[in-house]
Ligand binder design. Structure first.
Ligand SMILES: NC(=O)C1=CN([C@@H]2O[C@H](COP(=O)(O)OP(=O)(O)OC[C@H]3O[C@@H](n4cnc5c(N)ncnc54)[C@H](O)[C@@H]3O)[C@@H](O)[C@H]2O)C=CC1
Ligand SMILES: O=C(O)C(=O)CO
Length: 312
């Protein structure tokens, strides 16, 4: 079995060495321009078109959870990957715990009013503030998939009311499930902290916009952990400035790196991280890919296959 690997920043020799331990019969090589030798599987992130085009692959693996970049490249270059070749993505593989850490720490930061206390500290003001209660801090998770479910679980354990919104209704213990466009407004109207974990698809681009933000209660919060294109940044800033939103924490942006001139950098109630909410953990990802390849070789149907029409 031949496997080719391409990632613009990962440590290719490490990935090859670790994957070889789990797939001892495979010959694994880092792909370089000009390499047209046969391959059965390709492991990729932002692959050049020529890496995949014209190959008779058994499957392609995206080395992350989101497949928006590879699917948008496929729109422009459908010849890169015929429909008959399945595309797999990473499901959790250590990203769930990272999303839990991120969401729980930020929700608790807002819930315990550390943002307000930091503002008071800057004015040298000693001023205890009234506590918030869990009942007034309903968490609304958009995107009830692999990562959304992990985040829901962790916030439930801190006693917050949790609701989720997705395409189809979920039966999760203690979580109120809203489904489809018809229920989006009702979902938003009872959400105090909106956490976005949707995939980037034609239906979800720009979904956090003026119209939807206006449905949230006043003094709400937005935590964007998914993709920058979900948020209309001017609408978010307007919502912060009119008091609809109390604060926003953003990990992802419509343009990355965020341009220096973006007003988000200096807004006093915006905090940000540079797209690090959950990164690919090599050990877990390698074990997952090795297991999936083994299942494919046995003729089984493993999980994690992307529905290219649906877009995630
Ligand atoms: N900031 C970061 O570091 C990272 C961000 N991500 C982002 O998180 C996203 C979610 O990842 P997973 O949970 O693994 O994806 P997933 O595919 O398991 O879950 C997606 C969820 O969104 C829902 N959904 C999709 N389209 C919808 C629509 N039009 N309306 C309502 N609900 C819809 C689905 O029903 C599903 O519940 C990824 O696509 C990626 O963009 C993932 C990893 C790291
Ligand atoms: O895996 C993904 O989709 C990511 O965004 C990694 O940062």
């Amino acid at each position: 079995m031949e496997i080719i690997f391409y990632h613009p920043t990962f440590d290719t020799p490490y990935w090859i060495a670790e994957l070889s331990k789990l797939l001892p019969d495979a010959r694994i090589r880092g792909w370089e321009r000009g390499d047209n030798a046969p391959a059965d599987y390709a492991l990729v992130w932002h692959p050049p078109v020529e890496m995949l085009q014209g190959r008779e692959l058994k499957a392609v693996f995206a080395l992350g959870a989101g497949v928006d970049s590879i699917l948008s490249k496929l729109k422009a270059h459908p010849e890169m990957l015929p429909e008959s070749i399945p595309l797999f993505r990473l499901e959790d593989t250590g990203m769930g715990i990272q999303m839990q850490e991120y969401a729980v720490s930020q929700v608790l930061h807002w819930f315990r009013r550390f943002d307000d206390y930091q503002a008071l500290q800057r004015q040298s003001t000693w001023q205890p503030l009234p506590d918030y209660t869990q009942e007034e801090f309903t968490i609304g998770i958009m995107g009830a998939g692999v990562l959304g479910s992990k985040v829901a679980e962790s916030l439930l354990s801190w006693g917050f009311p949790v609701r989720c919104w997705s395409r189809s209704r979920k039966q999760w213990p203690q979580v109120t499930s809203y489904a489809g466009e018809d229920e989006l407004n009702a979902f938003l109207q009872g959400t105090r902290v909106l956490i976005n974990l949707l995939p980037n698809t034609a239906e979800t681009v720009g979904i956090i916009n003026q119209q939807h933000l206006s449905q949230l209660p006043d003094n709400s919060y937005v935590l964007n952990l998914a993709r920058g294109v979900h948020v209309v940044e001017e609408d978010l800033l307007a919502a912060l400035d009119c008091g609809k939103l109390k604060a926003a924490m953003l990990d992802v942006f419509s343009r990355e790196p965020l341009p220096k001139e973006s007003p988000l950098w200096l807004h006093p109630r915006v905090t940000m991280t540079p797209h690090v909410a959950a990164v690919t953990r090599p050990k877990e990802a390698i074990a997952y890919i090795a297991q999936t390849i083994t299942q494919l070789e046995r003729g089984e149907a493993p999980g994690g296959q992307v529905d290219r029409v649906r877009g995630y």
